[in-house]
Design a protein around this ligand. Structure first.
Ligand code: ATP
Ligand code: MG
Length: 351
């Protein structure tokens, strides 16, 4: 079975973008794959070092995984810091990757815009190197993420490829590699070339306040996102206040061009109802937002409320979630250590 890995940072309230872009795909992939889903708590230190409530933040991401339908017995759910092999491999990748690769990342530029180097952690620059380690420490091949992570996954492939080339002779000698084809070239590789799984109708959900910015946990405005823990009244208020333009909805997808807010709301409706944007416009074309928004509120509440209720129930008594994370951590550690033993051997460390 293909091995799937993905992670979510415990940096704030999970929102509809995380759900549609990532978690819902995690759930769907369980059927045909071996899946490892991680609360990437080490990543949460990159933008902000000290967190008021880190423990519960971690638990709430794990609760969202479980409440959405991830089976922690058949698959693995754990938090990153429980498996120190991620950090160990990240260090090696820090030495494989080049500073220029990291400086080119648009997320790094977005998250550091207007700040000088004295204010930015070295961890934020190296973030994609830890992300590559998260994935490759299991030698995972498929990574479901939102569209915003595409560039980081390309970097993961670059890091894997440079490791495979730099250590080519050592990999052969250690007898641990496999033959893969990169482009046309057959390569004897240790790390696989990961495949991003980005598709779906809502690969990038935009902010409700600004249709050109992605919905984010770390956006200062709570009105910019629908949180998985929002109640029906809050969802209704946020959608009613969502920025729109004054025109009616078009009847064809073409008509959404240049109307980012309208496109976003139609995209959210489509994703939540498992239909295409064209289907939604066939239904609502010509209607005003005063008609469309209440329909979107009903749909969002219907889809999200069972998840919200289950998340709250799981968070009432944290012992269940903690046990899932502990068990997942143990199983993940065993797998990651198997890779690290081979990596240490390839590099030539005495162990
Ligand atoms: P932060 O602002 O702290 O970076 P975030 O909202 O970007 O938080 P992450 O934990 O960085 O959330 O990402 C978790 C997953 O959710 C990733 O797969 C990411 O691609 C996906 N994701 C995040 N935001 C969106 C969005 N607006 N639309 C679709 N997918 C998203
Ligand atoms: Mg993010």
């Amino acid at each position: 079975k293909p091995l799937v890995f993905s992670g979510v940072q415990p940096t704030g309230n999970l929102h509809l973008g995380n759900y549609l872009g990532a978690i819902r795909k995690f759930v769907a992939l369980q059927e045909d794959n071996d899946c490892i889903y991680c609360v990437v708590d080490l990543h949460a230190l990159t933008a902000q070092l000290v967190h008021e409530d880190m423990r519960n933040q971690i638990r709430s991401i794990a609760a969202a995984f479980i409440a959405s339908g991830i089976d922690p017995k058949k698959h693995i759910v754990f938090n990153q810091s429980a498996v120190p092999q991620h950090s160990e491999l990240a260090w090696i990748f820090n030495c494989v990757a080049r500073i220029g690769w990291m400086e080119r990342m648009t997320q790094f530029k977005d998250k550091t815009g207007g700040k000088n180097a004295e204010q930015v952690s070295l961890g934020l620059l190296a973030y994609p190197s830890l992300m590559a380690a998260d994935i490759l420490v299991y030698r995972a091949t498929h990574v479901p993420v939102g569209d915003d992570q595409k560039q980081h996954l390309e970097l993961t492939r670059d890091i894997a490829q440079k490791f495979n080339i730099d250590f080519g002779g050592h990999i052969r000698k250690a007898g641990t590699g496999v033959d893969i084809v990169v482009g046309e070239e057959p390569v004897h590789a240790y790390f696989p070339m990961v495949e991003p799984l980005i598709g779906g109708p809502a690969p990038r959900v935009m902010s409700l306040r600004d249709g050109t910015k992605k919905m984010s946990k770390s956006d200062a405005s709570d009105l910019s996102r629908i949180n998985l823990l929002d109640d029906a009244d809050t969802i209704s208020k946020k959608i009613r206040k969502a920025k729109t333009d004054p025109d009616a909805l078009p009847s064809e997808v073409e008509g959404l061009k240049g109307r980012p807010e309208a496109e976003n709301l139609v995209g959210i409706y489509a994703a939540l109802s498992d239909k295409s944007k064209a289907d939604i416009l066939a239904e609502f074309g010509g209607q005003q937002f005063s008609v469309f928004k209440p329909a979107l509120v009903d749909l969002a509440v219907n889809v999200l409320s069972p998840i919200t209720d289950e998340m709250r129930r799981l968070m009432d008594d944290t012992s269940h979630i903690d046990a899932i994370l502990r068990d997942g951590g143990e199983r993940a550690r065993a797998r990651a250590e198997k890779t690290m033993k081979e990596v240490r051997d390839i590099i030539g460390f005495v162990q």
